[in-house]
Design a protein around this ligand. Structure first.
Ligand SMILES: Cc1cc2nc3c(=O)[nH]c(=O)nc-3n(C[C@H](O)[C@H](O)[C@H](O)COP(=O)(O)OP(=O)(O)OC[C@H]3O[C@@H](n4cnc5c(N)ncnc54)[C@H](O)[C@@H]3O)c2cc1C
Length: 507
């Protein structure tokens, strides 16, 4: 029988964002919450991306929660299975299991302006919650481009984030579409076993060597015995990236030196000048995410690999055809074509105070106050919302900042007392986004001469944070009530929730 649960907080998603929110709620003394997850286990990104070679681009000691350090990371850069195991461990150690509602895909959530709460329909019953924390991830819904003829392709087709482990690639002719972060990890992992690999590249990435090594037993013993050494290691990794980001945000012109290092990296493996030319980007390094690999270029230099410097445009039977007319016959097509980022699918499923969906509200582009809350969607916030992404550091730092904001949001609601909700003021949202977009103007992501998934359909960068993680931490330390309208539950004889300016509330 379908169940109904009423809770203080509903968290959606059980990746780093959702699990982090759950830990933080418990630390704030809130135990009346659920974590709604569409899959059958926790892990988000690191559960769904199980493709060969999947690993993190940020060192392990930085790509983990500050409140759950792991002295036993086996490598400097973690593989998918270790990060997934870490998140399972977090769920156990912090007592999150009783809160998890797995196989509970959220289909729709609607703001009830009378009761001041969200009605949530899921695949596992209905819920109502005073506050929703949406942590559905910016990279969780795979995107496969519409390619004419793909439907009638007789072979195997899958996306990198939904890897088909039952399909044996050995001896197959494979088309890999895309050259982003996932594709450059997949290519060297599958190249030795496939008969032939045709790589469709619309834009070449900048690739730097990946300095990955096993963390020695002695290092791990040291971290276990003296936990401050783990913190120090994390601090160092963070500090280096905090300095690097200045070049991306303020001085993109100075990135030429990094480009020559990347070219040298390519030159070491790619001896054929024609191939080198095809692989050399024509935009500023950093404009798209800088990728780390020491095996990608060597794999491309192998005889069973063809790099087509053009996107896949058509499929004719078992023949894949590029926009430049070149073609190949293949047994399987693997899409490494990214995710629905600037058109977050969850936004279609959130119905706000005036009956509009968040997707409708964001028709002109996503925007939120401090990356968290949207006007007209009271008591709803998102983790890794608009303009909270990073080009060079660990997303866990941004997630933890947003968790500070979430914790203060809930504290403020408690202080207000009674039944109350906070609704971001349109003026505050606009002012925040104006500031973000002004800072964005001179960043490498906007000036570097590339088209990336950081930009939405209109060319606006609604994904990246144009500053340091420290600046974001400061900006999200506290909820400023002046940026919100406070909504009070109507009196029993009243009609609808009454909006009150914060000044009056504080009086
Ligand atoms: C291949 C890959 C490599 C990456 N590498 C790095 C890296 O090196 N460094 C870095 O900082 N970041 C990296 N990222 C980004 C990574 O996504 C974030 O760092 C982080 O893991 C995001 O956590 P999250 O909890 O916000 O989202 P996710 O981990 O995506 O979790 C979202 C969860 O929400 C669930 N969900 C979605 N919709 C619904 C719904 N309607 N109902 C219920 N549940 C739902 C999903 O099933 C999922 O479990 C990478 C991403 C990918 C895909």
């Amino acid at each position: 029988m379908a169940q109904h649960e009423q809770v203080r907080v509903a968290v959606i998603g059980s990746g780093f964002g959702g699990l982090g929110a759950a830990v933080r709620l418990r630390r704030e003394g809130i135990t009346d919450f659920v974590v709604l997850e569409r899959a059958g286990s926790v892990g988000g990104t690191w559960r769904d991306n199980s493709y060969p070679g999947c690993a993190c681009d940020v060192p392990s000691h930085l790509y983990s929660f500050s409140f759950a350090p792991n002295p036993d990371w086996p490598r400097t850069f973690s593989g998918q299975e270790h990060i997934r195991a870490y998140l399972e461990h977090v769920a156990d150690v912090f007592g999150l299991r009783p809160h998890l509602r797995l196989d509970a895909e959220v289909k729709r959530m609607t703001w009830d302006a009378e009761a001041l709460r969200w009605d949530i329909e899921t695949a596992a019953g209905s819920f109502s919650a005073d506050v929703v924390v949406s942590a559905t991830g910016p990279l969780s819904d795979p995107k496969i481009p519409e390619i004419p003829g793909l439907d009638s392709f007789p072979g195997k087709v899958f996306h990198s984030a939904r890897w088909d482990h039952d399909y044996d690639l050995r001896g197959k002719r494979v088309a890999m579409v895309g050259t982003g972060a996932s594709a450059i990890q997949i290519v060297p992992a599958v190249q030795p076993e496939v008969a032939h690999l045709t790589l469709f590249q619309r834009t070449p990435p900048w690739v730097m060597p990946r300095v990955d090594r096993a963390i020695s037993a002695a290092e791990r013993r040291l971290h276990r015995a003296l936990p401050f050494t783990t913190q120090a290691r994390r601090g160092l990794l963070w500090g280096i990236r905090e300095l690097q980001v200045q070049a991306f945000t303020k001085r993109p012109d100075e990135l030429g030196l990094v480009e020559s290092l990347a070219k040298r990296n390519m030159g070491r493996a790619i001896k054929d000048p024609a191939l080198r030319a095809r692989l050399t980007p024509d935009y500023r390094i950093g404009c798209k995410r800088i990728l780390l690999s020491s095996t990608y270029y060597p794999a491309l230099a192998q005889r069973n690999v063809d790099v087509v410097a053009s996107g896949l445009s058509e499929v004719r039977g078992s023949t894949v055809v590029a926009a430049d007319g070149s073609s190949a016959e293949v047994d399987a097509i693997i899409f490494g074509t990214g995710f629905h980022v600037t058109d977050m699918p969850i936004a279609e499923r959130v119905v706000g105070a005036d009956g509009r969906t968040l997707a409708e509200a964001w028709k002109g582009g996503m925007e939120a106050l401090r990356g968290a809350s949207a006007a007209g969607f009271p008591n709803w916030m998102t983790i890794i919302g608009p303009n909270t992404g990073l080009g060079n550091s660990s997303m866990i730092l941004m997630i933890e900042s947003q968790l500070n904001y979430m914790a203060d949001y809930l504290r403020q609601l408690r202080v207000l007392g009674g039944r109350a909700a906070l609704d971001a003021r349109p003026g505050a949202v606009a002012a925040w986004n104006h500031k973000v977009q002004e800072r964005m103007k001179r960043t490498v992501w906007n000036t570097g001469g590339c088209t990336s998934w950081y930009l939405d359909a209109s060319g606006r960068n609604t994904t990246i944070w144009p500053g340091t993680t420290t600046e974001f931490r400061r900006a999200t330390q506290r909820v400023d009530l002046a940026e919100y309208d406070v909504i009070r539950a109507p009196l029993p004889s009243g009609t609808a929730g009454e909006k009150t300016a914060d000044a009056e509330v504080g009086a």
